[in-house]
Design a protein around this ligand. Sequence first.
Ligand code: ADP
Length: 302
Amino acid sequence: GIVVIGSLNMDMVVRTGRAPGPGETLFGQSFSLSPGGKGANQAAAAARLGGEVTMIGRVGQDGFGNEMREIMRQEQVNIEHISVSKGEATGVASIVLEEDGENRIIVVPGANIELTAADIEALGDVIRQAEIVVLQLEMDMAMSERAAAIAYAHGIPVILNPAPAQALSDELLSHVTYLTPNETEAGVLSGVAVDSVDTAGEAARLLLAKGVQNVIVTLGSKGALIVNEAGTEHVPGFPVQAVDTVAAGDSFNGALALQVTRGAALAEAVSFANAVGALAVGKPGAIPSLPRLAEVEKFLQA
Ligand code: ADP
């Protein structure tokens, strides 16, 4: 099956006309809680498409932690290896959405960050039995590095979605089978200003030279660019009316993981992931916006 090692966060979303200034108090328009975290979103994305998914992560011993585990269980994700912290609270993202579409986000990782390299070492068997391991960067870097190294040592493919963008060691990059930055992340990782398909290719080739086997740069409505030893291939996206781009990248990564385990050729897998991403941006929310397999098949036939 698919093993997703990553974050579980409760998103606390406040909608307001405008964000308050320093020392200012305002009345907002609405408040909502919604399950999130890149790890949780990617695990749910793959499970909704029919994947057999195990999630490794950590929540707090609190209401949000119980809720996150229950939500993942409802999404048919194996939650046996979502551990519970004694001291740290469940990760949260405090999100202020302004009327003009601007957002301000503070993530407090809490229990997520408490999952250590030693914890992953102890779960080595789970990784060794995986068909693919999926990582993002909302967790402890040493933990992610260890997870990738264990998978690599056992010939298990690794997807690393390098989000949020941060510098990566050459050793980690050399353990990655599929690196999936968006344009911003490709820019940060390569030092190239990425603003087109051509510059995305340039950035990806620099990352390939660091030992990544396949770089897949996601390009929003333009789809994605695959760069590997065989060359460069642009896989176009599917035109949709974008309602809310939350979880576009997460749905793409979950779908890619599923397709790789099903043995799809890479360009085919990426095209399927583009369809899943397009369907996710056509609906509001993170996990609620993720499509199921039947919906994707219908969309691809239309
Ligand atoms: P992120 O959400 O991480 O910033 P992207 O914006 O590149 O990543 O989106 C990820 C994927 O979701 C894209 O590769 C594409 O398949 C799909 N997608 C995103 N935005 C759109 C859009 N406006 N129309 C169609 N597909 C989209």
